[in-house]
Ligand binder design. Sequence first.
Ligand SMILES: Nc1ncnc2c1ncn2[C@@H]1O[C@H](COP(=O)(O)OP(=O)(O)OP(=O)(O)O)[C@@H](O)[C@H]1O
Length: 239
Amino acid sequence: MLLEVAGLDLRYGATHAVKGVSLTVGEGEIVTVLGANGAGKSSLLKAIAGAEKPTGGTIQFNGRDITGRGASQRVRDGLVLVPEGRQIFVSLSVEENLLMGAYTRSGAEVARDAEEIFDRFPNLEARRHAPASVLSGGEQQMLAVGRALLARPKLMMLDEPSLGLSPIVVDQLFDLIAELNAQGLSILLVEQNTQMALEVASRGYVLELGALRAEGTAEELAADASLVEAYLGNAEDAA
Ligand SMILES: Nc1ncnc2c1ncn2[C@@H]1O[C@H](COP(=O)(O)OP(=O)(O)OP(=O)(O)O)[C@@H](O)[C@H]1O
């Protein structure tokens, strides 16, 4: 397994946001974490990324225990988070935003990788010197993914990437996720768009009030009508 989270616990004062969650992501897999608003999905990803300190449990990545490692060290290890809301700096240029993803790297390879990312996203290339504020929501999401790619990740964690995007752009985003995965990137995807997430993922976990409610293959979860209705809503509700 590339990522092995065991008994992860996270409290914010009196709020018990993540309650003993265990999950795995294998090399080359897309795994999804589903759940309603406030289920603890973002908190889980932040703890795995090192942005929040867990109050219990362990995180193994690529064969080593990273529970005590700092956030930038985890990026160096190949574990990268594309945060909820994209977190683009709108007053900086598209290129400056992109290059921020390489903050743990140096050397000529960074510039080469940036050109590769611009080749992949012509809309970003066309506006590389413009402030990121000129980008649409979908383009900003692509920029956030491009920025994460610039860290050369082994595992990319995406926190609700489809939020606020139009159906056509959501389709493009999920195509991109599938394409990156086909090129070898492992992905942990937090989504409220249950239907699309279960189409692209091989396995999934369902969080409810911080605890794991269900886990299984994407087919098993999609076939569990009571689960989908009670805990996940459908794509239309989430949009
Ligand atoms: N920094 C924080 N301080 C205190 N409580 C927090 C903090 N961040 C999240 N919480 C609480 O922890 C719980 C889980 O929130 P979290 O954002 O992880 O859920 P989520 O499933 O990602 O929801 P959403 O889809 O709304 O982002 C919620 O009750 C939330 O109010």
